[in-house]
Design a protein around this ligand. Structure first.
Ligand SMILES: Cc1cc2nc3c(=O)[nH]c(=O)nc-3n(C[C@H](O)[C@H](O)[C@H](O)COP(=O)(O)OP(=O)(O)OC[C@H]3O[C@@H](n4cnc5c(N)ncnc54)[C@H](O)[C@@H]3O)c2cc1C
Length: 319
């Protein structure tokens, strides 16, 4: 049995580790030229699956928490909190022995999952062929790989899915009616400490009257523990986001930042601070349109899909 994996993201690499542990022959192909070719995102919460994930990995893996925890080198328990506008209490979760959870910095997590995995870089899947005898994958660089099973772990815009279903992305991907503004910033000293007082990690500001949910989170901490990168995503339900004339598609970074500050203007200063300290250049220029996908079934055969290729996990669903 020889398994071909298309895509060395979180899903493909997790599968590769599982196959490595079981001594099953595999190859894994990634379109990017190297591991630093693309921004890997901010942080991802690992909670109920953590024990199973670790148990499914080979024994030579470094410790998952030590390798990926976005709070490192600070030794404080990670928290996820909610601050509803109409309430003075905060609710949430804290990492503890009874309910352990890790917020993993995504770049570190991908590197961790790549431990002892011989990723074949610069291999963009272009086309596949499959029949009773086996499966062949054709890459953009003109090379081919052959195997018994192909796993499409090539993300939301999966070429493997497109080839398998013979359907375009637009035919299967649904638009999530969400308008979002994204900001990034670096915080040091007292401002960083004040964010940690709001939450050791991440918190959501909910304003049901204005219809906004804003997720603010630590990305990672500098090695000296004195500064940190943060990001926030301010979103509201808005089916008109697909309209190319939607104001967010045309807004400048300054206009988006001013809008975010205006939305937060009725909140206490401690909640406004992260927006006040965000520099204009920290606002994402492009307005992302989130996509969703749920396939009810796949054709039986030698090609399967996993991860976002099969069922997109939006950040909000993930948390
Ligand atoms: C901002 C953000 C925050 C998130 N937070 C969370 C969270 O907290 N919790 C959670 O559960 N989920 C979260 N998610 C969702 C989670 O990140 C995804 O579900 C997960 O990354 C999917 O893994 P994957 O391996 O299927 O796809 P990906 O991670 O997208 O990996 C796909 C890989 O395939 C490669 N590839 C693509 N096309 C080809 C091709 N043609 N040939 C070869 N290789 C190819 C890509 O370069 C990539 O390396 C978040 C997503 C985002 C965007």
């Amino acid at each position: 049995m020889h398994v071909l994996i298309a895509g060395a993201g979180l899903g493909g690499l997790t599968l590769a580790q599982n196959l490595r542990k079981r001594g099953i022959s595999y190859e894994i192909f990634e379109r990017d030229e190297h591991k630093d070719a693309r921004f890997q995102g901010w942080a991802i919460a690992l909670h109920t699956i953590t024990d199973e994930l670790v148990a499914s990995m080979p024994s030579d893996m470094p410790d998952l928490r030590q390798a990926t925890d976005h709070m490192s080198p600070l030794k404080i328990p990670t928290q996820i909190c909610l601050y509803p506008a109409e309430s003075i209490v905060r609710v949430g979760w804290e990492d503890c022995p009874e309910t352990p959870f890790i917020r993993a910095e995504r770049y570190r997590l991908r590197n961790h999952l790549a431990t002892n995995i011989p990723i074949q870089w610069g291999k963009r899947v272009q086309r596949i062929e499959h029949d009773d005898q086996g499966v062949a994958v054709y890459f953009e660089d003109g090379t081919t790989a052959k195997g018994d099973i192909l796993v499409g772990a090539d993300g939301v815009k999966s070429v493997v899915r497109q080839e398998l279903l013979q359907k375009s992305h637009d035919e299967v991907l649904k638009i999530i009616p969400l308008a979002a503004i994204v900001g990034e910033l670096k915080l040091s000293g007292e401002a960083f400490k004040r964010q940690l007082q709001l939450s050791h990690g991440s918190y959501s500001l909910i304003d049901s009257e204005k219809g906004y949910l804003t997720f603010c989170s630590l990305h990672d901490v500098t090695p000296d523990g004195k500064s940190a990168r943060y990001y926030w995503i301010m979103s509201r339900s808005d089916p008109t986001i697909v309209d190319p004339d939607h104001w967010l598609h045309k807004a400048t970074q300054q206009e988006k930042l001013e809008h975010a500050r205006e939305v937060m203007s009725n909140r206490e200063p401690k909640f406004r601070e992260i927006f006040d300290l965000t520099p204009v250049e920290g606002i994402k220029k492009e307005t992302h349109i989130w996509r969703d996908l749920e396939l009810s079934s796949l054709p039986a055969g030698r090609v399967v899909l996993m991860g976002d290729a099969a069922h997109v996990m939006t950040p909000f669903r993930g948390e």
